[in-house]
Design a protein around this ligand. Structure first.
Ligand SMILES: NC(=O)c1ccc[n+]([C@@H]2O[C@H](COP(=O)([O-])OP(=O)(O)OC[C@H]3O[C@@H](n4cnc5c(N)ncnc54)[C@H](O)[C@@H]3O)[C@@H](O)[C@H]2O)c1
Length: 369
């Protein structure tokens, strides 16, 4: 049987591409992995060999211009996400970008509008939308199983930077280091906010408190510990436009394993708790309770909720990204509705900015005001 295949090209072939993106293309029967590209040629060649890409480029423009490439995957450092994505859109290629598209909301909204005008599809790398447990909660909200939604709690916290000698990455060169630098609310909060908005609808107003707990840290590429006040813990309150209440915590220093995402949804008919915390080889768990049977029970999801060939023992980056790639490729090949787009990325950025303003001015902030 001959299958329709989508020609894919991946830009950036280092750690995250190797662990998450490239396994997704190699595993999907609907993908022709046409090319990979990295400014480090050795890396690109090694990735091509490992994942079966047919061509190797060191110039992203050349990959984007390749007529066999129908979708471009941008898995490079943050400051390159927007320019590379805009080039792909201008060349009328579908594009998946790592998050964030940009550290400001306005250019991200602009890129979403350009993609819409060009008639190409976009996806932002919000990994945890592709957790089977999270997708089941979304289905329970939509089919009414949970009833009217009252409370949504979201956490993204782990101990990645509890040890001050574990080097900080991606510190902006012009950052003022003796003032609080919003960090976990951006790095972790952007994912979490996207999940909480997907599940609960648009945010109305937010309030927040952010803090630095560990003031001396090692910064990648600099000698010894530096005085740098990154925000390593944030809490936020949310009034949803639809009436629900939300509560979030992001932390770089909370003891616990990766990725450390937990979502709890409480409705008039039932409640669900998804824990995306890799523990003892299991990537995630889902529990459910009903108004008439309040003890939470573990829910086992069907194999069809997982990408073919994976189990809950698959490493979480590969598990979730194989699902993300599967959804994006199938959306394009079978003309399915879009989700998790550049517009959603821009909305998440807008909400991050509202939390930062709420903390700075010690007040409630209306989102998008
Ligand atoms: N969604 C998630 O959960 C998640 C998790 C981890 C990382 N990320 C993001 O994924 C991205 C990649 O992460 P990483 O750890 O692999 O980064 P990295 O810096 O280790 O690797 C990036 C690669 O891109 C290459 N590169 C840089 N500019 C290029 C250009 N113009 N053209 C071609 N190649 C270029 C570099 O040579 C390098 O090999 C980052 O934006 C990171 O924030 C997302």
């Amino acid at each position: 049987m001959s299958e329709k295949k989508l020609g894919a090209g991946v830009i950036g072939t280092h750690a995250w591409a190797d662990k998450a993106h490239l396994p997704g293309y190699a595993a999907h029967v609907g993908v022709d992995l046409v090319a990979v590209c990295d400014i480090d040629e050795g890396r690109a060649r090694a990735a091509a060999q490992k994942f079966g890409a047919r061509k190797v480029y060191t110039d992203a423009d050349a990959l984007i211009a390749d007529p066999e490439v129908q979708m471009v995957d941008v898995c490079t450092p943050t400051h390159t996400h927007l320019p590379l994505s805009l080039k792909a859109i201008a060349a009328r290629k579908h594009v998946l970008s790592e998050k964030p598209l940009h550290t400001l909301a306005a250019p991200a909204f602009d890129a979403a509008a350009r993609a819409e005008a060009a008639g190409v599809r976009t996806k932002l790398g919000f990994t945890f939308r592709y957790s089977p447990a999270i997708r089941q909660i979304k289905a329970w909200i939509e089919d009414g199983t949970l009833g009217e939604i009252f409370h949504i709690h979201g956490f993204e916290q782990n101990s990645q930077w509890l040890d001050p000698d574990f080097p900080l990455r991606q510190v902006a060169p012009d950052a003022v280091r003796d003032k609080l630098i919003p960090s976990s609310i951006i790095g972790y909060g952007s994912h979490l906010i996207d999940l909480m908005r997907w599940l609960g609808g648009e945010f109305g107003s937010v309030a927040a408190s952010m803090k630095n707990f560990i003031p001396e840290r090692v910064v990648r590429g600099e000698p010894g510990r530096q005085h740098i006040l990154i925000e390593d813990g944030a809490v936020g309150l949310i009034e949803y436009a639809g009436g629900a209440q939300g509560l979030l915590q992001t932390s770089y220093i909370a003891v616990g394993n990766y990725p450390g995402v937990e979502i709890r949804v409480y409705g008039s008919k039932g409640a669900a708790v998804a824990r995306l915390i890799s523990e003892f080889g299991v990537a995630e768990t889902l529990h459910f309770a009903k108004a008439e049977a309040v003890e939470f029970v573990k829910v086992d999801l069907p194999q069809s909720s997982l990408p073919p060939g994976t189990t809950l023992n698959t490493d979480w980056p590969e598990l979730y990204y194989r699902n993300l790639v599967r959804f994006f490729v199938d959306e394009i090949l079978h003309d399915r509705p879009q989700e998790c787009t550049f517009f959603d990325g821009a909305k998440s950025q807008e909400i991050v900015d509202a939390f930062i303003l709420a903390h700075a001015e010690r007040r409630w902030v209306d989102v998008g005001a």
